[in-house]
Design a protein around this ligand. Structure first.
Ligand code: DGY
Length: 333
């Protein structure tokens, strides 16, 4: 039996690419440059499966499912049966269009929980203790020596962490914050964990997002992206945050209204922010780049070798199940 043809849109860790090449008729994007919408569209016409990443926009047009003003393309021009997303978030994929195309979509939950929680904690500590600012200060040869009032930050230990979203990553961060830094944890989630799970994490459920914001020294966002959470953090919600509080985001950029965030930071409504994701990646709102009280990272939440290998292997596991005629374990559409 011939091997299924698979197109992978970006380079993956060697170990995973080697394994993919053993089981599939594999086409890699050797240059690792983002594929245009036309190339993505062609990929779905040429391959049995396409493995995009969270930065590829797999919209109705790419899927040829018919967007306003365009004709749905014929079945002969659409070959793919599987879209194996390299990422847990899948708001880059129009799942309605995928379903209309009979395309199965999978993601990679679980394997990036620890790495992302680590990075959220990194941002929290970095912004509270002015790590980016301090490093720039030293590298720019501005340090004149130790003194009692130099670059005083905010202590983290014993403070209150508010989590908006208490799924896998929210819980992993709660554990680190509570057990490692003796933090009280508040959270809001429409589908909360059981009382026993929350109790083990020292976490208290709040009835609304505002109730979390009003009482937290640090607020960390752990919601999925998409229309339901777009600009969930807006000017009104920033105004609810405790004076002197910090905002951390490792979820999706558009959960924050970036223009409103700039205003909140400029006017001192909040003290600082640690951001790994942005509304218009790979661009961050230019004003943020000029601010000392923000720590900015280029979407590195899952960027450890161990995790990126595990993500690739999860895509592979889903695809092997799919091509064996089974339901992939991480099917989302
Ligand atoms: C995901 O998997 O959704 C992440 O954003 C990529 O690290």
């Amino acid at each position: 039996m011939s091997k299924p043809k698979v197109i992978v849109t970006r380079r993956w860790p060697d170990e995973v690419e080697t394994r993919l090449a053993e089981v599939f008729d594999l086409q890699l994007n050797e240059s690792d440059r983002p594929m245009s919408q036309d190339r993505l569209r062609a990929a779905f016409a040429q391959a049995d499966a396409v493995f995009p990443t969270v930065s590829d926009r797999i919209d109705a047009d790419v899927l040829g499912a018919g967007v306003q003003g365009t004709e749905p393309r014929g079945a002969e021009a659409f070959r793919a049966k599987l879209c194996g997303n390299f990422g847990v978030g899948f708001n880059n994929i129009d799942v309605v269009a995928a379903k209309a195309r009979g395309l199965t979509v999978t993601n990679t939950p679980g394997v990036l929980t620890d790495a992302t929680a680590e990075l959220a904690m990194t941002l929290l500590l970095a912004v509270a203790r002015r790590v980016g600012e301090g490093e720039r200060h030293l590298r720019n040869r501005q340090w004149t020596g130790w003194r009692p009032t130099h670059m005083m930050g905010t202590q983290v230990t014993g403070k209150t962490l508010g989590l908006i979203g208490m799924g896998r990553i929210g819980r992993a961060l709660a554990a680190r914050a509570h057990l490692g830094f003796n933090m009280d944890v508040l959270f809001h989630d429409p589908t909360p964990p059981s009382t026993a799970v929350a109790k083990a994490l020292g976490a208290t459920a709040c009835g609304s997002i505002e109730a979390v914001l009003e009482r937290s020294d640090f607020v960390s966002l752990h919601t999925p992206g998409g229309a339901h959470t777009k600009h969930l953090m807006n000017a009104e919600r920033f105004a609810c945050m405790k004076p002197g509080a910090f905002l951390i985001n490792t979820s999706r950029g558009d959960v924050i209204d970036e223009a409103a965030l700039v205003q909140a930071l400029r006017s001192g409504v909040i003290a600082g922010a640690g951001l790994d994701v942005f509304e218009a990646e790979p661009q961050a709102t230019p004003a943020l780049l000029e601010m000392e009280n923000v720590v900015l990272l280029p979407h590195l939440g899952s960027a450890t070798l161990e995790t990126r290998v595990a993500m690739g292997m999860t895509v592979l596991k889903n695809a092997l199940a799919f091509f064996a005629g089974e339901t992939p374990p991480n099917r989302v559409a």
